[in-house]
Design a binder for this molecule. Structure first.
Ligand code: EPZ
Length: 419
């Protein structure tokens, strides 16, 4: 296992290329199981979770041809294996996204329940309900979801109890095989949902309304070979935008799309940073100490839960106090004790963190616990006095391509060393 050694206090100035979106790529790789024809995905991020998902669909019989660091051609013609075992699913919860495609195309699926995850229980009851509403029989048997639809799926009107990103994606993918119209109401509106719909449409599916809270799918689908270019990663872009703010520097984020940053762009303006579009992406600049401002995480286009930890690092050195409320996951404050070890003044009241900005943080050895908590500690280390050592950086490798190198090229002092 490696760790990152960060010597803080240096302004970031320069350009960072934003990679493809991990959370768009994962469902698109799962979607390859739906079609007997080839799907070529470009702009895939070179991160652990994507490599993991490619091996997952490979285990289901998909021929995976990695044609370059950011391109893969997936041919599910030969796919025939319908079981996703516990040892795979427990490593990456998103493996559950193969459930919909498997039961839709093959009439059967046996996928391990994902088990808990660091940030919360993260049940998949909504995924199971959606498949049952489309006509599958769904049961849990000794830790596995067993879904069957031997006489196929039928279109239905699905009203999601909450705008779950994954359940919306499961519903869209399964509905491509359901006869007639499927309507998904209270659908998640995240850009990654719209991008999955664009990928499915390229493959031959008939989908309208993706990106809004009402999606209509006409099935069954006449599949065809397709290519799809994955959207840029708005969470990576938001992370580096806050790196610019916390170091009072300026960064051009090439490939980033300002319209995907939603509430974060407004918050950064509110606290004193500036963001504007450029012909290559967007620019973020911050001349001084940011001011404190409250946030509450919300479904898109509200403030993304995946940027909550990073924002807390920024608020730890802000001028003033603020409340950060986490409404999506029940345990997404594991970065707090680590930030406190660096001198942050944070106290927790249930799902709200009260942060009193300090004029400085002090470098310390800290431990990453999940993907976004680990990058929060890197941001804090960039601003802290002295050296911060972030251990268990394998969490980072799951979702950030070349993070240390990208930051070093903009002036950060970061070394990746063995633990
Ligand atoms: C996606 O997870 C993302 N992952 C998460 O990013 C992101 O935090 C989340 O959406 C919210 O934006 C991928 O896209 C691979 P949800 P997902 O279903 O689909 C509850 C990261 O760091 N829920 O919208 O699992 C759930 O427990 C990751 O990149 C149910 O109760 O999120 C949570 O409280 C972390 N039952 C809430 O809904 C269900 O069946 C939102 O979950 C499904 C979800």
């Amino acid at each position: 296992m490696d760790k990152l050694q960060i010597d803080g206090g240096r302004r970031l100035e320069g350009t960072i290329a934003i990679a493809g979106a991990k959370n768009a790529a994962l469902p698109q790789i799962a979607a390859s199981l739906l079609s007997p024809h080839a799907l070529t995905l470009t702009n895939l991020p070179q991160v652990g979770d994507v490599a993991n998902m490619l091996s997952v669909v490979g285990r289901h019989g998909v021929a995976v041809n990695v044609a370059g660091p950011h391109t893969a051609t997936l041919n599910a013609g030969p796919a025939n294996h319908v079981e996703a075992p516990y040892d795979l699913v427990r490593k990456m919860r998103a493996t559950v996204l193969v459930l919909g495609p498997l039961v839709a195309r093959f009439g059967r699926a046996r996928v391990s329940l994902p088990g808990g995850c660091a940030i919360g229980a993260r049940p998949i009851d909504l995924h199971m309900k959606v498949l049952a509403q489309l006509g599958a029989s769904v049961a849990v048997e000794s830790g596995y979801i067993v879904a069957e639809a031997l006489s196929g799926l039928a279109g239905a009107r699905i009203v999601l109890a909450s705008p779950s990103v994954g359940a919306t994606q499961t519903a869209m993918m399964a509905a491509t095989y359901a006869t007639g119209e499927t309507e998904i109401v209270n659908a998640a509106g995240e850009p990654e949902v719209a991008d999955l719909a664009a990928c499915l449409a390229a493959m031959g599916a008939n989908i309208e309304g993706a990106g809004t809270h009402r999606i209509a799918v006409q099935g069954p689908t006449n599949w065809r070979a397709a290519r799809h270019h994955t959207i840029p990663d708005r969470i990576e872009a938001g992370t580096y935008a806050m790196a610019a703010a916390i170091t009072r520097g300026h960064l051009e984020l090439t490939g980033a799309r300002l319209e995907h940053l939603g509430a974060l762009a407004q918050m950064l303006e509110t606290v004193g940073a500036r963001m504007w579009p450029t012909d290559r992406g967007l620019m973020v600049a911050c001349d001084g100490r940011v001011a404190a401002a409250d946030i509450s995480t919300e479904p898109y286009p509200g403030f993304p839960t995946d940027l909550q930890a990073q924002y807390m690092a920024l608020m730890a050195v802000a001028d003033g106090a603020c409340a950060i409320r986490e409404t999506i996951f029940e345990n997404r404050f594991m970065h707090v004790p680590e930030l406190v070890r660096m001198g942050a003044d944070i106290s927790l009241r249930g799902s709200t963190a009260l942060v009193r900005g300090r004029t400085k943080l002090v470098g310390a050895p800290v431990m990453a616990t999940d993907l976004r908590a680990s990058v929060c500690l890197v941001l804090a280390g960039l601003a802290a006095e002295g050296q911060t050592t972030v251990s268990r950086v394998y969490h980072l490798d799951r979702g950030y391509e070349d993070l240390a190198r990208k930051l070093v090229r903009c002036g950060a002092a970061i070394r990746r060393v063995p633990e």
